[in-house]
Design a protein around this ligand. Sequence first.
Ligand code: AMP
Length: 176
Amino acid sequence: MNPVTIAEIAAAIRNVPDFPKPGIQFKDITPVLADGRLFDGAMNLLVEPYRNSRVDKVVGIDARGFIFGAVAATKLGAGFVPVRKKGKLPWNTHEQSYDLEYGSATVAVHVDAVKPGERVLLVDDLLATGGTAAAAMRLLEKLGAHVVGFDFLIELKFLEGRSKLAGHPVRALIGY
Ligand code: AMP
């Protein structure tokens, strides 16, 4: 089978105008997930730079980050840690709030999910304003983790989300 190209993945991402509200161009990645060859190819491209660097834990951000993060973890021989919306995790948690366009949101992680000094890679489907990823980064810093990088399928470059993640390598396969 031919290796999957970034252009093929980009062509499969569906743009849904005005979802979930007017003015938002929603990047729907479900057609990539539904195609076995594309999904596996996208995962191989996502983890490629990290194959030879030790990653102890991959952190996936609620909810589509769980899909990409969990597969990245098994491909890298790493553990998986979910960062979830507040109130979903059953054990003791650290919480971090961040501003949204309207109001705020809070994410949480189990206090024992990562040991101090462990090397973690954060994975999500899409980097927009960077608020979610920056909040996840703060949670991991509270745990004493060493953040080796951020890995996204898609980056909405015009929102300049990576400026909130300064000091860490940020990578996205596809930019808009
Ligand atoms: P942000 O905190 O602004 O970087 O938003 C990132 C989160 O919101 C990611 O987990 C994305 O899944 C989701 N998201 C934000 N904007 C979009 C969009 N245009 N299309 C699809 N998902 C989005």
